[in-house]
Ligand binder design. Structure first.
Ligand code: CS2
Ligand code: MG
Length: 409
């Protein structure tokens, strides 16, 4: 079974996506997600110009060897562009292998360890009434675990808060990457955020009770001691997790946070290899690995990462915003279903145009996802429709503090 062709498809239904489609000499096709939000063309070029020429003629069945070849032969390793490209090849080859075996991918990964994959949705609000409505809408959509993000008094625009609640409550329609020639500048004030957030969770708990699993994303904006303070002040509200509480390139920074709070911590969506997690896992500085299959080198690498985490009783919390395409999402769900140390799966529902381009077999019912039982990962790409929705320049926003200093968004 040789790789005959490998096509890089860049399209922009509701947002930009980069998809790799591999076809073998006996006609099997596999899909991989190489979407890197705000840097899609870099990923597309790395694939098209440097990886695809190396794939043609390779045995499609040799997934591990292909992974190691792409990782080591490049000499320059790790990083978001390299690893999203390797991930796309890896997932496409797993898709092909499962199709050749006539079974859904999770069966090749050891079969189902659970009946369904617990998901969490993204509620947000510019004020408490809007936030409460958003939480209720997500409960009506079936979500049993909910992330809470809110505006902060005095700050004009804040990550994670939909400017306009989605019409009719169909889905959380917040797309952070704005289509424009330059990134949008937003404002930030950590002090105002730290003073405000505990009052929000106090209100949410008194409105929705103690049992609803609540999550919050700090989005890398706090220093370790600020994160420690917030984690401690949120303990009475029993969060499922506090995510990206502080930038974690310095993994040791989480030692300080861990000393001050028992609020569970989740980190990793911007990380690309197990080495980015090694101290976090070995010293049990986190409770959930927030990596995405798309950003960490695919199924092959993610399985090894999560098996390493399992040795330290750390669970998965795979990243699943709308800039993870339905292909990347489907790959995650097969892994979610098979591994033992599953924690929770993020699920921001894609828009209709995206669902038209990527036909998916995965389903969301009563708070749980399931990848479906079609052979492979269960996604088909309508390349004709994709070609009619070409790439549009789009960037994620960035923050500046009151004195003009650039800050994490
Ligand atoms: C966020 C992401 O879902 C999350 O946890 O951190 O939506 C993040 O903002 C985007 O992936 C950035 O592209
Ligand atoms: Mg996040």
């Amino acid at each position: 079974m040789k790789i005959a062709t490998a096509d890089v498809v860049v399209c922009s239904p509701d947002r930009n996506f980069v998809t790799l489609k591999i076809t073998t000499d006996d006609g099997l096709t596999g899909l991989g997600d190489a979407t890197l939000n705000g840097r899609e063309l870099a990923a597309a070029s790395y694939l098209r110009d440097h990886v695809v020429p190396l794939l043609i003629g390779r045995d499609a069945r040799n997934i591990e060897d292909t992974w190691q070849f792409l990782y080591r032969s490049a000499y320059w390793r790790r990083g978001p562009v390299t690893m999203v490209a390797i991930a796309a090849v890896d997932v496409a080859l797993w898709d092909i292998k499962a199709k050749a075996a006539g079974m859904p991918l999770y069966q090749l990964l050891g079969g189902a360890s659970r009946t369904g994959i617990r998901a969490y949705g993204h509620a947000s609000g510019r004020d408490l009434p809007e936030l409460f409505d958003s939480i209720r809408r997500h409960q009506e959509l079936g979500f049993r675990s909910i992330r809470v993000q809110t505006s902060v008094p005095g700050i004009k625009a804040v990550y994670g808060v939909a400017a306009q609640p989605s019409a009719g409550g169909t889905r959380y329609d917040y797309e952070p990457a704005q289509r424009a020639p330059l990134p949008a500048e937003e404002d930030w004030d950590t002090g105002a955020y730290l003073r405000h957030l505990p009052t929000v969770f106090e209100a949410v708990r008194s409105e929705f009770g103690p049992d609803l699993p609540l999550l919050h994303d700090g989005h890398h904006r706090m220093t370790p001691i600020q994160a420690a303070r917030l984690g401690k002040e949120l303990e009475p509200y029993d969060l499922f997790w506090l995510e990206d509480c502080t930038p974690a390139e310095n993994q040791e920074a989480l030692r300080l946070v861990r000393q001050h709070t028992t609020t569970p911590l989740a980190i990793g969506e911007v990380f690309n290899t197990v080495w980015d997690f090694q101290t976090l896992i070995r010293e049990q500085l986190i409770d959930y690995v927030r990596a995405a299959v798309t950003h960490t080198g695919g199924i092959t690498a993610m399985r090894k990462l999560l098996d390493y985490a399992a040795q330290y009783q750390i669970k998965s919390g795979i990243h699943g915003p709308t800039d993870i395409s339905p292909v990347g999402m489907a790959a995650a769900l097969h892994l979610d279903l098979a591994i033992h140390n599953f924690g929770i799966q993020e699920y921001m529902q894609h828009g209709e145009r995206t669902n038209d381009v990527f036909r998916q077999s995965f389903r969301f019912e009563d708070g749980y996802l399931h990848p479906g039982d079609e052979p492979g990962i269960g996604v088909e790409l309508d390349t004709d429709l994709a070609d009619r929705m070409p790439y549009q320049q789009a960037y994620l926003p960035y923050n500046r503090l009151g004195d003009g200093t650039v800050h994490d968004w």
